[in-house]
Design a protein around this ligand. Structure first.
Ligand code: ADP
Length: 389
């Protein structure tokens, strides 16, 4: 049996999953609070266990993971390790076997993703040390969007400067958009013109034409586009200049845009469940935030419908998209003239797997598709290793 270990490494946490080549999840878990008194939560054959232990760094996180596998199972002897890497820049338009040169390139790309690439690299280095001789594959969040045409990736600024500094739209959540659009195509019996709405803590929209990304809402960084948990999405760049000229430092603006904006900035909580509950109790700030959130999503749906030349499916995914009938209803309200309609009972019904939440006979199929980035990374890792043999 071939097994794949998928590692998704953040600055203070590390998520993992062990899958076999039949796409069964053998174990999964999460190491939290790396850099201090950490914890691991591990789900294996014997159910879930949670253990506290010091976790000084990412190597320590992998050591704790390996020790937990050894004690609680299953056997951890992966044939390949797949890593989530956020930014692949212009260099990586597909998953790649990691070697010293790839490591160096991921490190160089940290200037474009200072919050995300460094922890990814720490995970890769720790895993290469922990599993010597086991092939490691980097799977990039940007790669699926490499098919976007130049008009969708180009910012209208000084072209030479943009080229010199790598300033263009790259897009993120690509592994999710790819998985979800493939699952939607399988459900519908064919690819077509899809808009995928990945609405989680981070959020992005993607226009997918016959399986290829042609436009997406995140740009040079994951700050652009939709309203998110702590990021506000689209903003006049003049606001940044205004903040800098009126007393804010670069660090303060960075914190504002990455941590104190979006639902957090508007309501004090970045968790959409809190915002829905507050709005339900009559809180006007929360109601306004939901209005801004849905307004932004609808704007992208309309824009992408124009780019795609029509729409076959509107697909909701990630924490909010999969679990909130209310947000889905707010997004779709009044879009019947575009062929987008919900069946209220289907929208409200809880379910697992891919499901249609529009009536059977509407022009646009509205779907809920649970995303599975780990599975998609595992698939890419296996394929990349097989192709290299
Ligand atoms: P991440 O981007 O961290 O992977 P998720 O995709 O798990 O995030 O999405 C997290 C978001 O999903 C949170 O804002 C959370 O409030 C929201 N969410 C989860 N369950 C529900 C629910 N039942 N109703 C509304 N929002 C939900």
């Amino acid at each position: 049996m071939t097994t794949v270990l998928v590692v998704n490494s953040g600055s203070s946490s590390l998520k993992y999953q062990l899958l076999d080549d039949a796409e069964q999840v053998l174990a999964s878990g999460l190491v939290e609070r790396i850099g201090g008194e950490g914890t691991i939560t591990h789900r294996g054959p014997g159910g879930e266990v949670s253990v506290a232990a010091p976790v000084p760094d990412h190597a320590g996180a992998l050591a704790l993971m390996a020790a937990t596998f050894a004690e609680h199972g299953p056997v951890l002897a992966p044939d390949v390790v797949g890593h989530r890497v956020v930014h692949g820049g212009e260099r990586f338009s597909a998953p790649v076997l990691v070697d010293a040169e790839v490591e160096a390139a991921v490190e160089e790309l940290s200037v474009l993703a200072p919050l995300h690439n460094p922890p990814g690299l720490l995970g890769i280095r720790a895993a290469r040390a922990a599993f010597p001789g086991v092939p490691q594959v980097a799977v990039f969040d940007t790669a699926f969007h490499a098919t976007m045409p130049p008009e969708a990736t180009t910012y209208a600024i000084d072209a030479e400067l943009a080229a010199e500094r790598g300033i263009r739209r790259y897009g993120f959540h690509g592994t999710s958009h790819e998985y979800v659009s493939q699952a939607a195509a399988a459900f519908l019996g064919g690819a077509g013109r899809f808009v995928v709405l990945h609405l989680g803590n981070g959020a992005s929209a993607c226009a997918v034409s016959d399986g290829r990304s042609i436009a997406t809402s995140m740009g040079l960084t994951p700050l652009e586009g939709l309203v998110m948990g702590t990021r506000g999405g689209d903003l006049d760049p003049g606001a940044v200049l205004h903040l800098l000229r009126t007393g804010s430092t670069v660090e303060e603006v960075d914190t504002l845009l990455n941590r104190r904006s979006g639902l957090t900035g508007l309501t004090g909580s970045g968790d959409l469940r809190d915002v829905l509950a507050a709005a339900g109790a009559g809180d006007e700030r929360a109601e306004r935030a939901l209005g801004v959130y849905a307004h932004r999503v609808r704007g992208y749906v309309g824009a992408y419908l124009a780019h795609l030349g029509g729409l076959d499916a509107l697909v909701f995914t990630a924490g909010v998209g999969e679990n909130s009938p209310e947000v889905r209803a707010r997004v779709c309200a009044g879009l019947g003239h575009l062929g987008i309609e919900l069946d209220p009972a289907r929208n409200e019904a809880r379910g697992r797997g891919v499901r249609r939440i529009s009536p059977d006979d509407t022009p646009v199929a509205v779907l809920v598709v649970p995303t599975d980035e780990e599975l998609q990374i595992a698939r890419h890792a296996l394929r990349t290793v097989a192709a290299a043999r």
